[in-house]
Every structure is written in structure tokens, then in C-alpha cells.
Design a protein around this ligand. Structure first.
Ligand SMILES: Nc1nc2c(ncn2[C@@H]2O[C@H](COP(=O)(O)OP(=O)(O)OP(=O)(O)O)[C@@H](O)[C@H]2O)c(=O)[nH]1
Ligand SMILES: [Mg+2]
Ligand SMILES: [Zn+2]
Length: 353
């Protein structure tokens, strides 16, 4: 099927396909491959099968993804029979966390690829979760996309101000938006993040209202939603697979299943970005190797004494740095063991940047 389409490639309006989020860099990469097969974008994954969109309005084509590291949002090229994914094109960004499912501990799990904005969604109906947001921000900055905090269920609370302030405290220089997927308040502003055909990933715990927000942004009941539990407001894991959803006026959303714990996957400068305020202070300490305990001239301790830095923020930054270091050591040990057995490591090109 793909091949038949591919033969008529020259008749295809590529400007229309730009709507999939295609770019010049992807075009160049694809031209170096088998161009008789059209590239597509993965809209969903189901146990070894990818659903791939070839055009904006076409039904996704199902193909096998044998052995490839594929995430929703990836641009892929099928083999000449159109039966399986042959190439995963280089990702411009990827939201990766440490896998938490059985048998995959210690491995990377890519939740969404080629995203421009990561919406970190929290519900106003539960107490603010600063520590969770900090972790989400580290991963979001690491992804290469821009984070935005979205506080949902605005219609259920009297005044969101204190919750906004509490989360803004741990998200300096990040937009914090308030919205309701039920009444549509604040949704117009969220839509602006999809300008220029951007791809937005929606992330957050189960029941916070990701799918409800997706439906509100799309304008109809695209995604299934379900009531949270009465007592603790926990969701029921209604969304079970990530899905790429098109916004009618341009742009894409990735609805994701709620995750309970956000485990770090080390890479890049996520921690420095997420804790820029603390790092700025650390730069001003008198000693370059300051541990911020009781050294003289410690700008961090000084800020805590003055009440301008919450000590819990220093504490969580140090915890995350330690967690990242442990993860790196674990990865190094793993690679060493693989090298000893003569097992080749996967090629970097299919990994996240
Ligand atoms: N009143 C109100 N209810 C909301 C809002 N957003 C979501 N809900 C309700 O909260 C419940 C959970 O919403 P979902 O959209 O299914 O949550 P989710 O984040 O997609 O959950 P998972 O798919 O399990 O990860 C549903 O009963 C929604 O109707 C909102 O802004 N206001
Ligand atoms: Mg959902
Ligand atoms: Zn110091």
C-alpha cells in the first residue's frame, strides 16, 4: 500500500504533509534512504505494532516494529513491502523516563518523540506536588522541548492562586496556566502553544484530566475519560496507550497514560535547567567545591537564612543529582558487562538525542 502511494510521490503536495510536523532535516535524512517508500508518523503503539500516519487525514497504516526503539511521534520509513518499520528518523526531541514496568527496570522508556512543548498537568483539586513537578521539569528540560505547567479542574476550586504560587516557586521561568477541560476556561490560551504546527505532549498522573483537556482542545470526545476515585482523587488509568491526536486548526497533541512515579533517566542538563535558581546561587559561593553545609561565604545557605530559598529545594536538587549519578554508574556497569560478553550496543541513531 505504501509503495503504491510512493510511486505517486511526485503528485503529492508536500506542503500538506508538512502538517505532520515534517521538517527539512527529516526530508534530507529520508532522501538518503529508500525514497520509493513514504515516511510517516507513529500515532500509536500496540504490542509490537505501530500505527503510522502517512497523511494528515488518512487512516493510520498498521505495521510491525520488530526490534526498533519506536515512540509515538516518531517519523518512520517502512520496508519496501510496507509491512514493518525499517528506519526511525532522528528525533529532534524526546521525553524519556526510566521504565517502571516489569522486566524493563533500568531501561529507558520514550513516552513521546519529536515534541515541541511538554504540558505537565496537575489537578487543582489535590494538594500541590512540588517534588513531583521538579522531577517532571528535569525530564521535560532534558527532552529538548519547552515545559508548561497546566493546572486543571479550575471549575472545582474557589481560588487557584495559592496552588499556582506554590508550583510556580519550583518552576521559575516556566509558564503556569490554569484551565478547565470541563468548562473550557483557559483552553484558548493552551491552544496557542500549538502554533506553527507544534506537537504538545500531555503528561501527568492518572485522573488529572489529560484526556479531558485533549477533548476540549480538539473540540469533541476524541479520547475516553473516566471518573476519579472519590476518596483520594486517583484516576483509573483510563488511557492505556499514548496517542497522537491532530488539532483541527493545526498542531498535534500526544495524550499519554497517567504515570504514578516519575523516575529520572539521566542525560543532558535537565537538572541545571530545572534548578537554575539554585545553580545561580551555587555560582556565588566563595569556594568552588562548596558543599553548602557550613562553609563560610556560602551563597546558598545565605539565601536559605534570608528566606529567599526554600531549603527543601536544595535538598531535592541534591537528591536528584545523587539519583542521576547512581543511574549513570548503573548504566556504566551494565555497558561494561555487555562489552565483556561481546554484545554490541544499540546504534546511537535510534536513541534519543
Ligand atoms: N470538573 C472537572 N472535571 C474534570 C476536569 N478535567 C477532568 N475532569 C474529570 O476528571 C476525571 C478524569 O479525567 P481524565 O481526562 O480521564 O484524566 P486523565 O488524566 O486522562 O487520566 P488517565 O487517562 O487515567 O491518565 C473525569 O471524570 C473527568 O471528567 C475539569 O477541568 N473539571
Ligand atoms: Mg486519559
Ligand atoms: Zn555553598
Amino acid at each position: 500500500m505504501l509503495k503504491a502511494v510512493g510511486r505517486y510521490r511526485d503528485a503529492i503536495d508536500w506542503s500538506a504533509d508538512a502538517n505532520l510536523g515534517w521538517s527539512d532535516a527529516l526530508e534530507t535524512e529520508w532522501r538518503g534512504l529508500d525514497t520509493s517508500v513514504l515516511p510517516g508518523r507513529v500515532s500509536r503503539l500496540d504490542r509490537g505494532w505501530s500505527s503510522v500516519l502517512i497523511g494528515v487525514d488518512s487512516e493510520p497504516i498498521r505495521m510491525r516494529n520488530i526490534g526498533a526503539d519506536i515512540a509515538v511521534g516518531d517519523f518512520v520509513v517502512a520496508d519496501s513491502d510496507g509491512e514493518r518499520v525499517q528506519n526511525v528518523l532522528t528525533r529532534r526531541s524526546a521525553f524519556v523516563r526510566r521504565a517502571s514496568f516489569e522486566g524493563s527496570r533500568g531501561e529507558a522508556h520514550t513516552i513521546a518523540a519529536n515534541i515541541d512543548v511538554v504540558m505537565l498537568i496537575h489537578a487543582l483539586t489535590s494538594p500541590p506536588k512540588q517534588r513531583r513537578l521538579e522531577r517532571e521539569l528535569v525530564l521535560a528540560w532534558d527532552s529538548g522541548a519547552v515545559p508548561v505547567v497546566v493546572l486543571t479542574k479550575d471549575d472545582l476550586v474557589d481560588d487557584p492562586a495559592s496552588m499556582v504560587a506554590s508550583l510556580q516557586d519550583v518552576a521559575p521561568d516556566v509558564d503556569v496556566c490554569v484551565a478547565s477541560g470541563k468548562t473550557g476556561t483557559g483552553v484558548e490560551r493552551l491552544r496557542e502553544y500549538a502554533a506553527n504546527n507544534a506537537t504538545i505532549a500531555m503528561l501527568g498522573a492518572s485522573g488529572v484530566g489529560k484526556s479531558t483537556l485533549v477533548n476540549s482542545l480538539v473540540g469533541h470526545g476524541r479520547q475516553a475519560t473516566a471518573e476519579v476515585r472519590d476518596g483520594d482523587q486517583r484516576g483509573r488509568h483510563t488511557t492505556t496507550a499514548s496517542e497522537l491526536v491532530r488539532l483541527p486548526a493545526g498542531g498535534w497533541l500526544v495524550d499519554t497514560p497517567g504515570v504514578r512515579a516519575v523516575s529520572l533517566w539521566s542525560s543532558g542538563h535537565g537538572i541545571e535547567r530545572a534548578f537554575a535558581d539554585v545553580f545561580e546561587l551555587m555560582d556565588q559561593c566563595r569556594f568552588r567545591d562548596c558543599k553548602h553545609d557550613d562553609e563560610p561565604g556560602c551563597a546558598v545557605r545565605e539565601a536559605i537564612a534570608q528566606g529567599t530559598l526554600d531549603p527543601r529545594r536544595l535538598d531535592s536538587m541534591q537528591r536528584l543529582v545523587a539519583e542521576e549519578a547512581a543511574l549513570e554508574a548503573e548504566q556504566r556497569a551494565k555497558e561494561k558487562a555487555l562489552d565483556k560478553r561481546g554484545v554490541r550496543r544499540p546504534k546511537k541513531s535510534t536513541q534519543s538525542p
